[in-house]
Design a binder for this molecule. Structure first.
Ligand code: KIV
Ligand code: ZN
Length: 511
């Protein structure tokens, strides 16, 4: 058995299925480049049949990435597979991932198909996919609740049809580690020719067991794990890439395989995904949480000073914490700015975008003495937002709060080319600002979430605000950053409104 564990990252596909986490083409390409730097083996870039926008995003990733295989998801339907094949045409190395549900509940209630029909469709799907690429992955959706005998039947048939990776999803996060590991062992033992294919797993975190189930599968012979940065994904998320990779690396005494991942790129990847999706990382999150390497108790601090391994099983710098370095300041010129962006893997769309980003950088450097990589990432996200979606633009704003008086805010917006102004009172300056924006826009949205995080430390740090809005069943996130969190809040609100305004409805692969 191979000693390489293939890391299949699905942040851009399953991760994007988190409420409000949909990404623009430019954002997907930025994340994909970072995943390539992280040395992920396979990047699942999206579901090309979902919409023209999704097709374009997968195509842009396929045309850009050179060192990782780029994968597109497709239901076991001819049109989906054709769209995936077309989107992936420009890839150096491509894979089509096709799936159909195999659990009794999904076959009967969702697909309304008999088991025989499911086997037939699965085989056809793999054969269609093989017309576009010789790298085909098949998933029996909801395998974790499927009958093992039926799984053996479907999987044997798809191997014969040409599938080379068999991915076993615990779609609803129902399994326990010993059970899921046992399932992988059974399938490997019972399916003829199972040694000719790679067994993969795709675990959801509904019971908080996605990483444990994936690792149990690896111990039972799985050699690909599907995972996401920060554990992003549908509902409670997917297995988190950083936890899988570091568990396998740290416990080489237990695992007889290792990954190709450059672990020093883990923290930068986590920060980029969090900035772009607006999903903050909880401080106590393993590996990438702000407290993951912080020792609070005196006894622990004393131990670490005397001998690091007393309380540390990994080194912070090995997962990229030390790459948080001071990069630029007020006196840095255009060239230094451009060079640092290139080093971070950021290429702006054109000279106009670079100029806009440089202007913003100068304005930020006037207010903030030290500019870090994280500041640059946030700044570029803002420029991307502005260049692509500008139906609602913030021209200026003023907020006033004083003890004993009702906070108020006035905003001037450019709405589709026409400037409008409003002033409102609110419970606080942010509330007043949102009310003033709504006075102009009357969006009819519901505010689902408002959160503020500091991008770096210190009171002069930029605040990064995430706003989640819902309207007619559609949920979108908006981000904004600024050293003034009321301004950051207004930007985030407008970003979310612009996304709602511009984005088209997309199909969900599993509905
Ligand atoms: O969770 C799941 O079953 C999936 C499949 C499409 C692999 O995401
Ligand atoms: Zn999934």
């Amino acid at each position: 058995m191979t000693d390489q564990l293939i890391i299949f990252d699905t942040t851009l596909r399953d991760g994007e299925q988190s409420p409000g986490a949909s990404m623009t083409r430019e954002e997907k390409v930025r994340i994909a480049k970072q995943l390539e730097k992280l040395r992920v083996d396979v990047i699942e870039a999206g579901f090309p049949a979902a919409s023209n926008g999704d097709f374009d995003s997968v195509k842009a990733v396929a045309d850009t990435i050179k060192d990782s295989t780029v994968c597109g998801l497709a239901r076991a339907i001819e049109r989906d597979i054709q769209r995936a094949g077309e989107a992936l045409k420009g890839a150096n190395s491509s894979r089509i991932h096709t799936f159909i549900a195999t659990s009794p509940i999904h076959m009967e209630k969702k697909l309304r198909m008999t088991p025989d029909q499911v086997v037939e469709q699965a085989v056809k799907a793999v054969k269609w996919a093989r017309q576009f690429t010789d790298n085909v992955e098949f998933s029996p959706e909801d395998a974790g609740r499927s009958d093992p005998d039926f799984l053996c039947r479907v999987l044997e048939a798809v191997i014969n049809a040409g599938a080379n990776t068999l991915n076993i999803p615990d779609t609803v996060g129902y399994n326990l580690p010993h059970q899921f590991g046992g399932l992988i062992k059974t399938l490997r033992e019972r399916i003829p020719n199972s040694d000719k294919v790679i067994f993969s797993v795709h675990c959801h975190n509904d019971l908080g067991l996605a990483v444990a189930n994936s690792l149990s599968a690896v111990l039972n012979g799985a050699r690909q794990v599907e995972c996401t940065i920060n554990g992003l994904g549908e509902r409670a998320g997917n297995a988190s890439l950083e936890e899988i990779v570091m568990a396998v690396k740290t416990r080489r005494d237990i695992f007889s395989c290792d990954t190709r991942i450059d672990t020093t790129q883990i923290v930068p990847s986590s920060k980029l995904v969090s900035t772009i999706t607006g999903y903050p990382v909880q401080p106590n999150k393993a590996i990438v949480g702000a407290n993951a390497f912080a020792h609070e108790s005196g006894i622990h601090q004393d131990g670490v000073i005397k001998h690091r391994e007393t309380y540390e099983i990994m080194r912070a710098e090995d997962v990229g914490w030390s790459t948080n370095k001071l990069t630029l300041g007020k006196l840095s010129g255009r060239n230094a700015f451009r060079t640092r962006l290139q080093e971070l893997g950021i290429t702006l769309a054109n000279e106009e975008a670079l100029n806009a980003a440089f202007e913003r950088f100068k304005a930020l450097a006037d207010r903030k003495r030290e500019i870090f990589d994280e500041d640059l990432q946030a700044l570029v996200t803002e420029v991307d937002v502005e260049m692509v979606q500008d139906h609602f633009r913030l021209m200026s704003m003023r907020a006033h709060s004083e003890t004993g008086t009702m906070p108020r805010a006035s905003v001037r917006l450019n709405v589709g080319g026409k400037e409008q102004e409003a002033e409102m009172q609110g419970g606080g300056p942010v509330d007043a600002t949102f009310k003033a924006i709504e006075q102009i826009v009357r969006s009819g949205t519901e505010l689902l979430l408002y959160s503020v995080n500091n991008i770096t430390s210190g009171t002069d740090a930029q605040g990064e605000v995430t706003v989640r809005l819902a309207r007619d069943g559609r949920v979108v996130n908006g981000q904004g950053s600024d050293t003034d969190i009321v301004v950051a809040s207004a930007k985030a609100y407008l970003h979310a409104l612009n996304t709602l305004h511009g984005g088209a409805e997309r199909a969900h692969p599993q509905v």
